[in-house]
Design a protein around this ligand. Structure first.
Ligand code: ZN
Ligand code: ZN
Length: 151
Protein backbone atom coordinates (compact mmCIF):
# COMPACT_ATOMS: atom_id res chain seq x y z
CA UNK A 1 0.00 0.00 0.00
CA UNK A 2 1.34 3.37 -0.99
CA UNK A 3 -1.69 5.21 0.30
CA UNK A 4 0.05 6.73 3.29
CA UNK A 5 2.99 8.01 1.27
CA UNK A 6 0.66 9.36 -1.37
CA UNK A 7 -1.40 11.07 1.31
CA UNK A 8 1.67 12.67 2.88
CA UNK A 9 2.80 13.94 -0.51
CA UNK A 10 -0.55 15.52 -1.14
CA UNK A 11 -0.60 17.11 2.31
CA UNK A 12 2.86 18.58 1.75
CA UNK A 13 1.68 19.91 -1.60
CA UNK A 14 -1.28 21.55 0.08
CA UNK A 15 0.93 23.06 2.77
CA UNK A 16 3.25 24.55 0.19
CA UNK A 17 0.39 25.85 -1.93
CA UNK A 18 -1.72 27.31 0.86
CA UNK A 19 0.78 28.01 3.66
CA UNK A 20 -1.26 25.83 6.05
CA UNK A 21 0.40 23.79 8.78
CA UNK A 22 0.65 20.02 8.37
CA UNK A 23 -2.23 19.41 10.78
CA UNK A 24 -4.52 21.95 9.14
CA UNK A 25 -3.69 20.72 5.66
CA UNK A 26 -4.29 17.10 6.68
CA UNK A 27 -7.64 17.94 8.27
CA UNK A 28 -8.83 19.90 5.23
CA UNK A 29 -7.71 17.22 2.84
CA UNK A 30 -10.66 14.94 3.49
CA UNK A 31 -11.93 13.94 0.11
CA UNK A 32 -15.63 14.64 -0.43
CA UNK A 33 -17.83 11.57 -0.85
CA UNK A 34 -18.09 10.40 -4.40
CA UNK A 35 -14.99 12.15 -5.67
CA UNK A 36 -11.87 10.21 -6.45
CA UNK A 37 -8.87 10.22 -4.12
CA UNK A 38 -5.70 11.76 -5.59
CA UNK A 39 -3.86 9.15 -7.60
CA UNK A 40 -0.20 8.18 -7.47
CA UNK A 41 0.70 10.29 -10.51
CA UNK A 42 -0.75 13.38 -8.89
CA UNK A 43 1.17 12.61 -5.70
CA UNK A 44 4.40 12.12 -7.67
CA UNK A 45 3.86 15.42 -9.46
CA UNK A 46 3.18 17.24 -6.18
CA UNK A 47 6.33 15.73 -4.65
CA UNK A 48 8.28 16.95 -7.68
CA UNK A 49 6.78 20.42 -7.42
CA UNK A 50 6.83 21.09 -3.67
CA UNK A 51 9.89 20.63 -1.47
CA UNK A 52 12.20 22.68 0.69
CA UNK A 53 15.67 23.40 -0.74
CA UNK A 54 18.47 21.37 0.85
CA UNK A 55 20.02 23.07 3.87
CA UNK A 56 23.50 22.04 2.91
CA UNK A 57 25.03 21.39 -0.46
CA UNK A 58 26.47 18.16 0.99
CA UNK A 59 22.95 16.78 1.19
CA UNK A 60 21.18 15.31 -1.84
CA UNK A 61 18.74 17.75 -3.37
CA UNK A 62 15.18 16.93 -2.18
CA UNK A 63 13.67 17.52 -5.63
CA UNK A 64 14.34 13.86 -6.30
CA UNK A 65 14.84 14.45 -9.98
CA UNK A 66 17.51 15.53 -12.37
CA UNK A 67 18.96 18.83 -11.32
CA UNK A 68 22.41 20.30 -11.56
CA UNK A 69 23.34 22.39 -8.53
CA UNK A 70 26.91 23.36 -7.79
CA UNK A 71 27.47 26.13 -10.33
CA UNK A 72 29.61 28.98 -9.02
CA UNK A 73 28.22 32.50 -8.93
CA UNK A 74 30.16 34.86 -11.17
CA UNK A 75 29.46 37.79 -8.85
CA UNK A 76 30.24 36.44 -5.36
CA UNK A 77 31.74 32.99 -6.15
CA UNK A 78 29.38 31.20 -3.78
CA UNK A 79 27.57 28.09 -4.99
CA UNK A 80 24.10 27.96 -6.49
CA UNK A 81 21.54 25.59 -5.07
CA UNK A 82 18.33 24.22 -6.52
CA UNK A 83 15.57 26.41 -5.05
CA UNK A 84 12.31 25.68 -6.84
CA UNK A 85 10.65 23.70 -9.61
CA UNK A 86 7.48 24.75 -11.44
CA UNK A 87 5.76 23.53 -14.62
CA UNK A 88 7.93 24.81 -17.45
CA UNK A 89 5.56 24.73 -20.40
CA UNK A 90 1.91 25.31 -21.31
CA UNK A 91 1.84 22.48 -23.81
CA UNK A 92 4.37 19.83 -22.71
CA UNK A 93 3.53 18.16 -19.40
CA UNK A 94 7.04 16.71 -19.10
CA UNK A 95 8.79 20.07 -18.98
CA UNK A 96 9.62 21.70 -15.67
CA UNK A 97 11.45 24.91 -14.96
CA UNK A 98 14.14 24.71 -12.32
CA UNK A 99 15.27 27.80 -10.44
CA UNK A 100 18.70 28.05 -8.87
CA UNK A 101 19.54 30.66 -6.24
CA UNK A 102 23.02 31.76 -5.25
CA UNK A 103 23.73 30.94 -1.61
CA UNK A 104 25.84 34.09 -1.28
CA UNK A 105 23.93 36.86 -3.05
CA UNK A 106 20.65 37.55 -4.82
CA UNK A 107 21.72 36.09 -8.17
CA UNK A 108 19.35 33.54 -9.62
CA UNK A 109 18.87 31.68 -12.87
CA UNK A 110 16.42 29.20 -14.32
CA UNK A 111 16.33 26.58 -17.00
CA UNK A 112 13.96 23.96 -18.32
CA UNK A 113 14.35 20.23 -17.73
CA UNK A 114 12.43 17.31 -19.17
CA UNK A 115 11.18 14.69 -16.69
CA UNK A 116 9.27 12.15 -18.78
CA UNK A 117 8.34 9.98 -15.79
CA UNK A 118 7.16 12.98 -13.72
CA UNK A 119 4.52 14.85 -15.75
CA UNK A 120 2.80 17.81 -14.02
CA UNK A 121 -0.50 17.18 -15.75
CA UNK A 122 -2.55 14.99 -18.03
CA UNK A 123 -3.07 15.25 -21.76
CA UNK A 124 -6.66 14.72 -22.88
CA UNK A 125 -7.63 14.24 -26.49
CA UNK A 126 -11.18 15.35 -27.22
CA UNK A 127 -12.59 13.89 -30.46
CA UNK A 128 -14.43 16.36 -32.72
CA UNK A 129 -17.36 15.70 -35.01
CA UNK A 130 -17.27 16.01 -38.76
CA UNK A 131 -13.78 14.68 -39.24
CA UNK A 132 -12.15 17.72 -37.63
CA UNK A 133 -8.86 17.38 -35.81
CA UNK A 134 -9.29 16.28 -32.19
CA UNK A 135 -8.64 18.97 -29.60
CA UNK A 136 -5.76 18.30 -27.23
CA UNK A 137 -6.32 19.59 -23.73
CA UNK A 138 -3.66 19.96 -21.07
CA UNK A 139 -4.90 19.66 -17.54
CA UNK A 140 -2.51 20.24 -14.63
CA UNK A 141 -2.96 17.75 -11.78
CA UNK A 142 -4.94 19.05 -8.85
CA UNK A 143 -2.87 21.25 -6.56
CA UNK A 144 0.01 21.70 -8.99
CA UNK A 145 -0.36 25.44 -9.27
CA UNK A 146 0.61 26.01 -12.89
CA UNK A 147 1.79 29.59 -13.47
CA UNK A 148 -0.31 30.02 -16.65
CA UNK A 149 -2.95 27.29 -16.84
CA UNK A 150 -6.10 27.05 -14.69
CA UNK A 151 -6.38 24.01 -12.42
ZN1 ZN B 1 17.22 19.49 -7.23
ZN1 ZN C 1 26.35 35.15 -5.77
Amino acid sequence: MTTNRVRKGVIRGRMAASGESYVVAARRMTVPRGSKAPDARTAAALATRYWEPAESLDLPCPCGGTCAPGERCTRCHATYRHAARIPGSDTDVELWQDRYDCTGCANTYSFTVSLPDRPWGAVQTVPQRGGREPIVRIKPFEGIGHPNLPA
